[in-house]
Design a protein around this ligand. Structure first.
Ligand code: 5GP
Length: 170
């Protein structure tokens, strides 16, 4: 399957100069969506994870079907103030300013193995703070996977020591 061909590139979104990788065209193609989840799960199966986690919101679109197909648990990583229970949070830097992500304190047990899935790896800020959240709770992040990796932004540098997999590279 040529996944790259299924991804639409939109120039100047969300601002001038950015070439946005739009995954909605891949998701709306049933065969491509299924093949993408199956390929990500070939990676996930190597690690025998207990939990598949995804950051809000496009990470949900991958991590939830992965977890369902594997018969594993899904954990949402959310923007601040969205989760109803007791949470821990982790800040990360954006191009301008800061943001943070949260998970429930009881979303994983110490020693559980976690795979994190997101649509795209750019600088690695989002996935880096997601990893920190799970490690703070004593879980082991055994792998991280993406539909798309923007190799020229060197996000992998931030992920040294982790098993990283991406379906498509730019
Ligand atoms: P990072 O934290 O690695 O710099 O950025 C990755 C995050 O930004 C991902 O969660 C992803 O959803 C979002 N993102 C940045 N650029 C793009 C893009 O071109 N296409 C898509 N689909 N998401 C993007």
């Amino acid at each position: 399957m040529d996944f790259k061909e299924k991804i639409r590139v939109i120039p100047d979104f969300p601002k001038p100069g950015i070439r946005f990788k739009d995954i909605t065209t891949l998701l709306q193609d049933g065969e491509a969506f299924q093949a993408a989840i199956n390929t990500l799960n070939d990676f996930a199966r190597k690690h025998d994870a207990d939990i598949i986690a995804g950051p809000e919101s496009r990470g949900f679109l991958l991590a939830a079907p992965m977890a369902y197909a594997l018969g594993k648990g899904f954990v949402p990583v959310r923007k601040p103030g969205k989760l109803p229970g007791e949470t821990i949070s982790q800040e990360y830097s954006l191009e301008y300013g800061k943001d943070s992500l949260e998970i429930h304190k009881d979303s994983v047990k110490p020693g559980q193995k976690v795979i994190i899935a997101d649509d795209l790896l750019a600088t690695g800020g989002t996935i880096g703070s997601t990893i920190q959240l799970f490690e703070k709770l004593g879980a082991e992040v055994v792998g991280v996977c993406f539909l798309i990796e923007l190799s020229y932004l060197n996000g992998r540098e931030k992920l040294k020591g982790y098993d990283v997999f991406s379906l498509v590279q730019y």
